[in-house]
Design a binder for this molecule. Structure first.
Ligand code: NDP
Length: 248
């Protein structure tokens, strides 16, 4: 997207791989200063910071579990210490622990809800005051599954539907402070997460997608940049579905 984010500070959770990485790279290409978080892939994170810096981007990688509020607070504090403002928060980090209800364990439920939903709360709460002071945009990554449901993903669907309710409520709280809160709900995207699906599952998905292919991560990033851009400053509480027509 051809928007100048020069002078803007962006924080992306889960920025080392897949959709998050594409979002980090797209903001960097558009001139933003970019902080991103990750959980375990330190080598990948360091290499990404190196390549962003080589391209002239100010970048920082922050390690920790999004499910831990203290981690979220320390990450937001680190961004503010370095750059003084936080203009765009993208809550992207997410996991799956799939299984039919019969076999799903309590720990599968807790891990997915803690990462995908509590993680969004944690970073939004930590960023709330600084963003209230100067305005900005929060963009949360949900999923088509949060709207349609999916057998074998009760935990994941609940977390992603929760992200939508959370975002609409926060949009109402923060509207008068010039902070927009929106959701991007991807369909199936070519990342490590979908790589785990077997061939049959991938074919079933493709049969249901009118555009007849998975999305590439940068196609999701484009929607995130749009919602963070001045072109979207009168859009809040919106769910932007980017799913190739899988659900209409
Ligand atoms: P990937 O599995 O490719 O990458 C996940 C990213 O999140 C990594 O950077 C990972 O860090 C980070 N992460 C995972 N758990 C934690 C944690 N507890 N704390 C901090 N960081 C964490 O995921 P995708 O790019 O596929 O998905 C990104 C988002 O998009 C997720 O919210 C997902 O639910 C959603 N989505 C994905 C779809 C898809 O088809 N791929 C479809 C719809 C929605 P590390 O590298 O250190 O592990």
């Amino acid at each position: 997207m051809n928007v100048d984010f020069g002078g803007k500070t962006v924080l992306v959770t889960g920025g080392t791989r897949g959709i998050g990485r594409a979002i980090v790279e797209a903001f960097a290409e558009s001139g933003a200063r970019v902080a991103f978080t990750y959980h375990s892939s330190t080598d990948v994170a360091d290499a990404l910071v190196g390549s962003l810096e080589d391209q002239g981007t100010e970048a920082v990688a922050l390690q920790g579990d999004v499910a831990d509020f203290d981690v979220a607070q320390s990450h937001v504090d680190a961004v503010l210490e370095r750059w003084e403002t936080l203009d765009v928060l993208v809550n992207n980090a997410g996991i799956t622990r799939d299984g039919l209800m019969l076999r799903l364990q309590e720990e599968d439920w807790d891990a997915v809800l803690d990462t995908n939903l509590k993680g969004v709360f944690n970073f939004s709460k930590a960023a709330y005051r600084p963003m209230m002071r100067s305005g900005g945009a929060i963009i949360n990554i949900s999923s088509v599954v949060g709207a349609t449901g999916n057998a074998g993903q009760t935990n994941y669907a609940a977390s992603k539907a929760g992200v939508v309710g959370f975002s609409k409520s926060l949009a109402k709280e923060l509207g008068s402070r010039d902070v927009t809160v929106n959701v991007v709900a991807p369909g199936y995207v070519r990342t490590d997460m979908t790589e785990e699906l077997d061939e049959d599952a991938q074919e079933t998905i493709l049969d249901a997608v009118p555009l007849d292919r998975l999305a590439e991560p940068d196609e999701i990033a484009e929607s995130v940049l749009f919602l963070a851009s001045p072109a979207a400053e009168y859009i809040t509480g919106h769910v932007l579905h980017v799913n190739g027509g899988l659900s209409m």
